[in-house]
Design a binder for this molecule. Structure first.
Ligand code: GDP
Ligand code: MG
Length: 372
């Protein structure tokens, strides 16, 4: 019998995990986002959300009769998926340069036109394996997404300039990566500079608990230069080795689910959402929901600016077709039909309003307590 965490269960229901935590708290149960939810409890909760939890050989969650999502994937449906990498570090230590260097090295010259596109996230091919890179959506967005139970990153690359060493934002990035519980690979950048001192970076990071493999620890350090394009291959190989250990799997057969990385309103085509697909396969014509916005996929544009018919797990893709602009950090789902999508969006709007009100009343309460 598969178990599911509260965070995952809330996702399946299409509600916020804080909403579910609050609900359980009112029922007298103190649970966190990582607490396992028993089948019995899932069943009880599902009733309140008009969902149906079924236990066959797999546990199936059926939202109405239209929102069928498996809780447990059949093992034979799981395939290896590309790791999703976030590059973090202090300002000016070379995050953008490194992302650009990796991309230009990996993208064939015939596709070079794609490079001039705004990079939110992209996927490369290394020795037949795909790797997805996400431009850190700012530390705040990163923590916010995590607070909402969304984990975007599988591996964090911590960039530290060899001439500058560990700086305040290096430590901040490190603590975010630690809190997200993802493996960290350190990229010591700018080793082309004469004043580069990689040894100092290793010593400084050791004081923060990151001990390099050569010093008997378990953190991979790779010395690179984004500018001189040194050791980028080694960095990519290290990413692949690290991700192999993680055994990342996903089911491409089910309906797509993912996370909105960025969004904007284009005056010509309307709302555009850059998303990362985390489960299933997304296709043109499918009905989608994200936060309080819904729509129908009109076009999918990949990271090279090419229109495609479908997109699959770990792939960053631009969706055109939302009626409103969803927010970064929103989870998106494919829903079976528009009526049902409408209902979910209405529910979501209601829940968010309730959450807003209770947040306000809580802060008023604490305020009056402080004044007592
Ligand atoms: P970010 O703020 O972390 O995204 O840093 P950027 O990628 O914008 O780089 C900051 C500055 O460092 C730019 O002037 C880059 O040209 C320079 N830079 C980045 N990587 C290297 C490198 O490997 N070697 C040298 N010498 N300069 C670099
Ligand atoms: Mg930058």
């Amino acid at each position: 019998r598969g178990e599911i965490t509260l965070g995952d269960f809330a996702d399946r229901l299409g509600i916020g995990s804080s909403e579910l935590i609050k609900k359980l708290f009112l029922k007298g149960q103190m649970l966190t986002i990582n607490s396992p939810i028993s089948f019995e409890l899932a069943e009880e909760l599902a009733v309140d959300y008009d969902a149906l939890v079924e236990e066959e050989e797999e546990i199936e969650l059926d939202f109405g009769d239209k929102f069928a999502l498996e809780i447990t994937d059949k093992p034979e449906d799981l395939i290896e998926r590309a790791p999703v990498i976030t590059i973090m570090g202090h300002v000016d230590h070379g995050k953008t340069s490194l992302l650009d260097a990796i991309r230009t090295t990996s993208v064939a010259s015939g596709e070079a036109g794609g490079i001039t596109q705004k990079i939110g996230a992209y996927q490369i091919d290394k020795a037949g394996k795909k790797i997805t890179f996400v431009d850190t959506p700012g530390h705040e967005a990163f923590t916010d997404m995590r607070a909402r139970g969304a984990q975007v990153t599988d591996i964090a690359i911590l960039v530290v300039a060899a001439d500058d060493g560990v700086m305040p934002q290096t430590i901040e990035a490190l603590s975010h990566a630690k809190a997200a519980n993802v493996p960290i690979i350190v990229a010591i950048n700018k080793i082309d500079k004469p004043e580069a001192n990689p040894m100092r970076v290793k010593q400084e990071l050791m004081e923060h608990g990151l001990v390099s493999v050569e010093w008997g620890g378990d953190t991979e350090f790779v010395e690179v230069s984004a500018k001189a394009r040194m050791n980028l291959d080694t960095l990519l190989d290290t990413i692949l080795i690290t991700s192999e250990i993680l055994e990342l799997k996903a089911n491409p057969k089910k309906r797509a689910k993912g996370i909105v990385l960025e969004s904007r309103l284009d005056p010509k085509v309307g709302p555009i959402a850059d998303v990362l697909i985390q489960e299933g396969t997304l296709r043109i014509g499918e009905v989608i929901v994200a936060g309080e916005s819904m729509g129908k996929v009109r076009a999918l544009v990949n990271d090279l600016g090419t229109k495609v018919q479908s997109a699959t797990v770990s792939q960053p893709i631009e969706i055109i077709g939302f009626n409103d602009v969803p927010s970064a950090g929103d989870t998106f789902y494919v829903i079976q039909n528009e009526q049902h999508a409408k209902r979910i969006v209405e529910e979501m709007a209601k829940e968010r309003k309730i959450a807003e009100v209770s947040r306000k009343s809580i802060s008023l309460e604490t305020l009056s307590q402080q004044m007592d």
